[in-house]
Design a protein around this ligand. Structure first.
Ligand code: UT7
Length: 330
């Protein structure tokens, strides 16, 4: 018999030890603590050690999620890793993580690239696979080592991003109406060049010159992305609420993608939901792309911000330009 619901059994997160403050950054690029704080809400971000890989951060977050779920690596048969910064272009980071975590060899392992919306895409994918009855327990990890693809000379991007990881364990449940109750995913593929890595892919392989020009680092048209982010996240939130016949004020906590405090404040205004109902940690981590929502989700749970029966809304936006929302009943 198919499980009636797919539920989150445990959460975990990890952030590298090294804290990079705005004041420190202002010593290397032409910026200031004041500019970064007022334009983005970011005070500091975490930076992975040079020998600390995406897979290492993922493993730390996954171990904490497994511990929280009171499960062993041997219980997992599906691993979905949302990332745009895998250890290697090939093979998938998921395979490296599987090996480091000691997951069984009959675990389905793959990476998923939906940038900052990656975790919401991964959650939907894993829940569909577990909900089909073909997989028992899944690990969904959002992880990024963005510091490795940041142009540290470009003040318009380097002040905004950071490294980290978050993970959840998914399982089936016979209790109806609990767990992931819906998702709304989409993309505006006409916005590819608003946030992308120009070189290093098959269309434009890296050359000595492109590397010297740091074209293997990401570029962003911040203003355009900002406007689209607010519009798409507002729409994704409204659509999913409408689909499920819910009002915004029935949501106990919104866990938005942590890109910019001003984006979160704009969504709070559009949804007419006070900022107290939004979980915010962008001040401490900056934008960690696919890691942002699961890292915030884990912190929110551990801080006691989520109680049984609560309705949580996840809402994300990122390169692609992808967007997604998800409703979870705890
Ligand atoms: O993860 C998903 C995608 N990412 C996002 O959601 C990010 C979306 N965008 C943003 O968060 C904001 O657009 C930014 C934080 C990137 C920029 O804020 P803004 O209010 O849109 O500033 P702006 O780009 O219009 O720049 C204003 C000024 C410019 O100077 P001029 O042209 O007015 O003289 C910039 O050159 O600020 C300048 N500027 C800086 N000044 C000091 C840009 N970056 C910096 C900096 N420090 N780091």
């Amino acid at each position: 018999m198919l499980p009636r619901s797919t539920v989150i059994l445990g959460t975990g997160s990890y952030a590298p030890e090294r804290v990079l403050t705005n004041v420190e950054l202002a010593q290397t690029v032409d910026t200031s603590d004041e500019w970064i704080r007022t334009r983005s809400g970011i005070r500091e971000r975490r930076i992975a050690a040079p020998d600390e890989q995406t897979s290492d951060m993922a493993v730390q977050a996954a171990r904490r999620a497994l511990e929280d779920a009171k499960l062993q690596p041997s219980d997992i048969d599906l691993l979905v890793v949302a990332t745009v910064t895998p250890d290697l272009i090939m093979p998938a980071a998921a395979c490296i993580i599987q090996h480091k975590l000691g997951l069984p060899t009959n675990t389905a392992c793959f990476d998923l690239n939906a940038a900052c919306s990656g975790f919401v895409y991964g959650l939907d994918t894993a829940c569909a696979m577990v909900g089909s009855g073909r997989y028992r327990k899944a690990l969904v990890i959002g992880v990024e080592k963005l510091s490795a693809v940041t142009d540290w000379q470009d003040r318009t991007t380097c002040v905004l991003f950071g490294d980290g990881a978050g993970a959840v364990v998914i399982g089936g449940s016979d209790e109806a109406g609990r767990g992931l109750i819906g998702t709304r995913l989409g993309a505006y593929g006409d916005g590819v060049d608003l946030l992308y890595i120009p070189r290093g892919g098959t269309a434009a392989p890296a050359t000595a010159e492109s590397i010297a020009n740091r074209d293997h680092c990401f570029r962003m048209k911040g203003k355009e992305v900002f406007k689209l982010a607010v519009r798409a996240m507002d729409e994704a939130a409204r659509d999913i609420l409408e689909q499920h016949g819910l009002r915004a004020d029935q949501i106990s906590l919104v866990i938005p993608h942590q890109a910019n405090l001003r984006i979160i404040e704009a969504i709070s205004q559009y949804l007419e939901l006070p900022m107290e109902r939004f979980f915010v940690n962008v001040d401490r981590y900056g934008n960690t792309s696919a890691a942002s929502i699961p890292l915030a989700l884990d912190e929110a749970r551990r801080a006691g911000r989520i109680a049984p029966g609560d309705l949580t809304l996840l809402v994300a936006f990122g390169a692609g330009l992808t967007y997604g929302s998800a409703l979870i009943r705890w």
